[in-house]
Design a protein around this ligand. Structure first.
Ligand SMILES: Nc1ncnc2c1ncn2[C@@H]1O[C@H](COP(=O)(O)OP(=O)(O)OP(=O)(O)O)[C@@H](O)[C@H]1O
Ligand SMILES: [Mg+2]
Length: 263
């Protein structure tokens, strides 16, 4: 499996059917060929509506391709993703409320995936795994948060719970769709720091979807620029954002609120 990229798309297209007879279908992705090597942070940037979320959702299997294929570790993914895949590839959305159940405590939600995937030999071991994941994600000591409900946490803490619920499963990849866009500026860099650290220490590959080229520049090893459903440019961050070749990439950089700086 190591010889193959983590994910690869070949001629990937996604078309949303128009509603009713008057609405034309939307070609959200067209002929996308991408190769995402494991262990790195791949940024997916582009304007609103360029197809970023559609691509993220298609990789995780939340949406099926209309054309082309998605490969994971060299194997074509078709139909319902198997359990191993669903454990290895986790998603983090912009709004943590989307992923959390408002009526269940933090601890039980971090534990839930372990039950679903049959991980941990006993209840005690599952609690230990959940506590470790929570503390790994900055919710320490875990007992302070364990019995709380999502509404009793800050936005940053809620996103940490979502990340802990993913990390506890030992994933290979996290697909993060605007993971800090809904957070207060003051906690953004902390959550970004956590994601970068998870890549470094646990070797989790990150797909970082953002409309913010500055963030992509700071965090990503490689960047793919999506423009109207197609890949305009793809390569090392320094190259794509440092000396952009595509006019659309230059436009994106010019429109960035603060000139991006490489950290
Ligand atoms: N479920 C859907 N049904 C119909 N059209 C959709 C659906 N989801 C997305 N689209 C359309 O597909 C295109 C790509 O949408 P997508 O959400 O992937 O863009 P995005 O780059 O993530 O945008 P944003 O930065 O605003 O999140 C848009 O034109 C959008 O309106
Ligand atoms: Mg989106």
């Amino acid at each position: 499996m190591t010889d193959h990229p983590l994910f690869e798309t070949r001629g990937l297209g996604v078309t949303y059917p128009g509603r009713g007879r008057r609405e034309a279908p939307v070609h959200a992705l067209r002929e996308v060929d991408l190769s995402w090597t494991g262990g790195e942070v791949l940024g997916l940037v582009g304007a609103s509506g360029s197809g970023k979320s559609t691509l993220g959702r298609t990789l995780t299997g939340l949406r099926e391709p209309s054309h082309g294929t998605v490969l994971f570790g060299g194997e074509e993914l078709t139909g319902r993703r198997d359990r191993t895949f669903r454990r290895q590839v986790q998603m983090v959305f912009q709004d943590p409320y989307q992923s959390l159940n408002p009526r269940r405590t933090v601890g039980s939600q971090v534990m839930e995936g372990l039950d679903i995937h049959g991980l941990g030999a006993s209840e005690e071991e599952r609690v230990t795994l959940a506590v470790t994941a929570m503390e790994r994600c900055g919710l320490a000591p875990a007992e302070r948060y364990w019995h709380r409900y999502p509404h009793e946490l800050s936005g940053g803490q809620r996103q940490r719970v979502v990340i802990a619920a993913a990390v506890v499963l030992g994933p290979r990849a996290l697909i993060c769709d605007e993971p800090v866009s809904a957070l207060d500026v003051s906690v953004r860099s902390q959550v970004l720091g956590l994601l970068a650290e998870l890549r470094r220490t646990e070797g989790i590959s990150l797909l970082f979807i953002t409309h913010d080229v500055g963030l992509a520049w700071a965090l990503c090893d490689r960047v793919a620029v999506l423009h109207q459903g197609s890949v305009a440019e793809y390569g090392a961050t320094e190259q794509v954002l440092g000396s952009p070749r595509h006019p659309y990439t230059r436009e994106l950089l010019a429109a960035a609120p603060v000139p991006p700086v490489r950290r």
